[in-house]
Write a protein that binds this ligand. Structure first.
Ligand SMILES: [Zn+2]
Length: 206
């Protein structure tokens, strides 16, 4: 019966197979830990998540092998199922609208998307001879390690938003590397915040 509740899925996967430019520098994230936000209004809700790419695909660089591309495709397919990842009560009668999934870049190759000039801030790299010949890749992280995030947003049209009193997170079963999500729910009733993890997969909206 769930398919009757979730009739129209309009999926837009950004950066199909390739990494798009990251919206912001994601150097502060901790692997295993992501954020989940849902804003509930009269007849709809919008979910937005931001999680380390590590949590959903196990690596944080553009895929370079067919195996990695396969992992990315499977993750995109999983991410396109909010009814599994973030299940809301059937009584709310929510239909999935637009879904957007973005895989963040890990630096270097996508300057045209950035909108901020990270590389120009680190001219000092040019002052000493570059021994390994790929100086650009080290700009973001002191250890030369890059990070990237996966962001996704889900628009739900709900006949009964008042029935949105809990969210069941199948997310952790779908993504074994994920450990925790910080949860914030915003609605006319106020704000509900907390977290969910592998042992506590149900969040009750107060
Ligand atoms: Zn990372």
């Amino acid at each position: 019966m769930k398919s009757a509740i979730w009739p129209a899925v309009a999926l837009m996967v950004l950066a199909d197979g390739a990494f798009a430019g990251e919206k912001r520098q994601s150097d502060a994230h901790e692997h295993g830990h992501g954020t989940f936000q849902m804003v509930i209004e009269d007849d709809h809700a919008v979910i937005e998540i931001a999680v380390p790419a590590f949590d959903v695909i196990g690596f944080e660089h553009a895929p370079s092998t067919s195996a990695q591309r396969d992992v990315l495709a499977k993750a995109a397919a999983s991410l396109s199922r909010p009814d599994i990842l973030f299940a809301v009560p059937a009584a709310a009668e929510c239909a999935i609208g637009r879904i957007e999934i973005g895989f963040g870049a890990t630096g270097g190759d996508h300057d045209d998307h950035d909108g901020h000039d990270d590389h120009d801030d680190h001219k000092d790299h040019d002052d000493h001879a570059d021994k390994d010949g790929h100086k650009d890749h080290d700009d973001h992280e002191e250890a030369g390690e890059t990070h990237s995030e996966v962001t996704a947003s889900y628009h739900l049209a709900c006949a009964h938003t008042e029935a949105l009193d809990r969210i069941e997170f199948g997310y952790f079963e779908a993504f074994p590397a994920a450990e925790e999500l910080d949860v914030v729910i915003l609605s006319a009733a106020g704000q509900s915040a907390g977290d969910v993890d592998r042992n506590k997969t149900v969040f009750r909206i107060e």
